[in-house]
Ligand binder design. Structure first.
Ligand code: SAH
Length: 481
């Protein structure tokens, strides 16, 4: 039990009374007050009054409610859901209370709280909206004061507006996606155009505004998440990536993303491979950009799944620019980039105290042309270099770095399929690196890490690259011949 919370001895509930018999017994003002109160409901009122006073008499004839013009007997409670003892006579009220309780019907004795099973609240009525104010019978005047204040605060149109809301509830549940969109719909409904029209007393316009709101809310806004899938192992996916995959209705993925990761999406999500596997026909980058824009315009929730981290050699820049230009919302979810997976597989510190304090993410493909790219200068000054897409240009990378002054003995680590059970690890020196180009057995993605920090890696599980150096040379000479 939570401490120090004031507790209610009478707990407010709303009771279904439509068509149910509510019996009121009495001849005077007390009975009339209850009759008026219950007249706010759609209950079937039964007034038991042998000799109604004039005001009650008038009310009864005006209201055409059931009137039993005889002295009270227990049979008058038959079939009732609620009973009000309002005779003004204590002994009589007590008898009615006992009869009601014997019949298992909750009973209220007017102005006799000690006899009551329930109390009637002061009510602010904006049916179907109702605000009930209770004081556990302690202060009816207080209840009326509070009632008056709340009554002032709330527009009379709130009732019809609430009724309109009931009429739209089913459609909203069917058409507006649960969560943020639905909250926005209702908030706009009760504050926006429908509320304003209803306030102006124009129920037809209010209905029209609500219909319009419904149709604009259902046009779900497209959203593209550029998600890093990590280096391949499913459990290197981030929790956020997994959640977005579960929510996506379309998954646009590169060839490098393993099927097992794509399969983490919803089963009914559309899967769109956009290739980029070497040598195979695949969509061009501008076709991919256009596809993302189209999906966004269609209101789809898309995960654009890229291997590793989307912002590292992922051409995410171009996709983001296209989305920005088209005004489509997007977000970026980072992933474990291949260099980090490779380093982990080699237990290789990418920064090493006293040895290297910077790192370069590069690709060998900018080596063409005369001048030495900046990253080569960084390598020479001791940075750890991670070479993406470097297998086919390994010889270039090596010779250019050596020409620039990096020692041929600089340590090199190579991983194919980093993070995956199929991974293969190789180690050697810069002088051995060119052998990579000739290895037809490396069919998976390959990450090369170069630098003095590599010497700190664990080479127990890796093969020497050099073992291949002589074979490769022989093969090449054979080919040349
Ligand atoms: N955005 C990706 C890189 C895409 S470029 C990332 O952050 O990792 C593709 C290159 O990444 C491949 O040519 C390869 O060099 C590298 N790569 C991707 N996955 C790899 C893996 N599992 N093992 C080794 N290298 C990988």
């Amino acid at each position: 039990m939570i401490k120090d919370v004031p507790r209610l001895n009478a707990f407010p509930i709303f009771m279904r009374v439509e068509g149910e018999v509510v019996a009121i017994i009495g001849d005077g003002d007390e009975a009339l007050a209850k009759a008026r109160l219950l007249d706010l409901s759609s209950a079937a009122l039964r007034i038991v009054s042998a000799d109604p006073e004039p005001a009650l008499c008038e009310w009864i004839s005006a209201s055409s409610r059931e009137h039993r013009a005889h002295d009270y007997s227990p049979a008058d409670l038959d079939g009732a859901t609620l009973v009000f003892a309002a005779t003004g006579d204590e002994a009589q009220d007590r008898r009615i209370v006992e009869d009601a309780r014997a019949a298992g019907i909750p009973v209220n004795a007017v102005d006799r709280p000690e006899l009551c099973d329930f109390f009637t609240p002061a009510i602010v009525n904006r049916a179907p909206l109702a605000i009930a104010i209770g004081t556990e019978g302690a202060g009816p005047v207080l209840a009326q004061m509070v009632r008056a204040r709340i009554d002032q605060l709330l527009s009379p149109s709130l009732g019809p507006l609430a009724a309109l809301a009931s009429a739209f509830r089913e459609a909203a549940e069917r058409l507006v996606p649960r969560g943020e969109a639905r909250r926005r719909f209702w908030s706009e409904f009760f504050r926006g155009a429908p509320a304003r029209a209803m306030d102006a007393g124009d129920a037809i316009s209010a209905h029209r505004a609500a219909t319009e709101l419904l149709s604009t809310s259902t046009a779900a806004k497209g959203h593209i998440a550029l998600v890093g899938a990590g280096p391949g192992a499913e459990d290197l996916l981030t929790l956020r990536a997994q959640r977005l995959l579960m929510e996506a209705d379309a998954i646009v993925h590169d060839a490098l993303v393993p099927e097992a990761v794509v399969a983490m999406g919803r089963r009914d999500a559309e899967r769109i491979p956009v290739g980029k596997r070497k040598g195979c026909h695949s969509k061009s980058q501008s076709e991919i950009n256009a596809m993302l824009v189209t999906l966004g315009r269609e209101g789809r929730r898309v995960v654009r799944l890229k291997s590793g981290d989307p912002l590292v050699f992922g051409r995410a820049g171009e996709e983001m620019a296209a989305l920005r230009e088209a005004g489509i919302s997007y977000e970026v979810v980072p992933g474990v980039t291949a260099a980090f997976a490779a380093a982990a597989d080699f237990e290789l510190p990418l920064t090493l105290r006293g040895v290297t304090s910077s790192m370069v993410f590069t690709t060998g493909h900018d080596l063409k042309g005369g001048s030495l790219p900046d990253w080569a200068k960084l390598a020479i000054s001791g940075a750890t270099v991670a070479v993406y897409m470097g297998r086919s240009v390994a010889a270039d990378v090596a010779s250019r770095l050596i020409d620039a002054g990096l020692s041929p003995d600089t340590a090199v680590a190579v991983v194919e399929n980093a993070s995956l059970p199929t991974r293969r690890r190789f180690h050697g020196t810069l002088a051995d690196l060119p052998t990579l180009e000739d290895r037809a057995d490396l069919t998976g993605p390959v990450m090369t890490v170069i630098g003095d920090a590599v010497a700190g890696a664990n080479f127990e599980k890796s093969e020497p690259l050099a073992a291949r150096r002589s074979i490769a040379r022989t093969e090449r000479q054979g080919a040349d011949a």
